[in-house]
Design a protein around this ligand. Structure first.
Ligand SMILES: C[C@H](O)[C@H](O)[C@H]1CNC2=NC(N)=NC(=O)C2=N1
Length: 127
C-alpha cells in the first residue's frame, strides 16, 4: 500500500509549509497508535517510550533512529536511559506537527521491530 507511512519519505520543511491540519492528524494518528501527542510550551509533539533490557541495547536503538534522521533530514529529540529511550518528534521549522513527524514515528516503530530497511546494517552482522 503506497500510502502506508513507512513507505513515505520526509519532504524538506520550512516555515512556509503549513502544519498538519486537525483532519490530517485524525487520519494519521491511528497509524501510530502507540504514540502520544503531548504539548511542550504549547508545541504539539509526538512521543513514545521504548523499553529495552539494558543500556547497550537502548543505545543501539538510539543510533539507528539517529541514522534514520540523517537519511531523512528530519531529527528527533532522543533521551537514552538504562533500559529505555524516549523519542519525540515535531517539526522545529513549524513549531508543530507535520506529516513528516508521523512518517518518522512509523519508521521508528519499524526500527524497534527490526523492520527498518533504510538503516545501515552493522558490518559485523552476518545475517
Ligand atoms: C535544512 C534542514 O532540512 C532543516 O533544518 C531540517 C533539519 N531537521 C529538522 N528536524 C525537525 N524535526 N524539524 C525541522 O524543522 C528540521 N529541519
Amino acid at each position: 500500500m503506497s500510502d502506508v507511512l513507512t513507505n513515505q519519505t520526509c519532504i524538506p520543511c520550512s516555515g512556509k509549509v503549513p502544519p498538519a491540519s486537525d483532519a490530517e492528524i485524525a487520519e494519521l494518528q491511528p497509524q501510530i497508535p502507540d504514540w502520544e501527542i503531548i504539548s511542550v510550551d504549547g508545541v504539539p509533539q509526538l512521543q513514545r517510550v521504548y523499553n529495552f533490557s539494558d543500556f547497550q541495547t537502548a543505545l543501539g536503538f538510539t543510533n539507528q533512529v539517529g541514522a534514520l534522521a540523517e537519511t531523512e533530514q528530519h531529527h528527533p529529540a532522543l533521551l537514552t536511559e538504562w533500559g529505555k529511550v524516549t523519542v519525540t518528534w515535531w517539526t522545529h521549522a513549524l513549531n508543530g506537527l507535520h506529516r513528516n513527524d508521523f512518517i518518522m514515528a512509523a519508521k521508528t516503530d519499524n526500527i524497534s521491530q527490526g523492520l527498518a530497511s533504510d538503516v545501515a546494517t552493522p558490518s559485523h552482522q552476518t545475517n
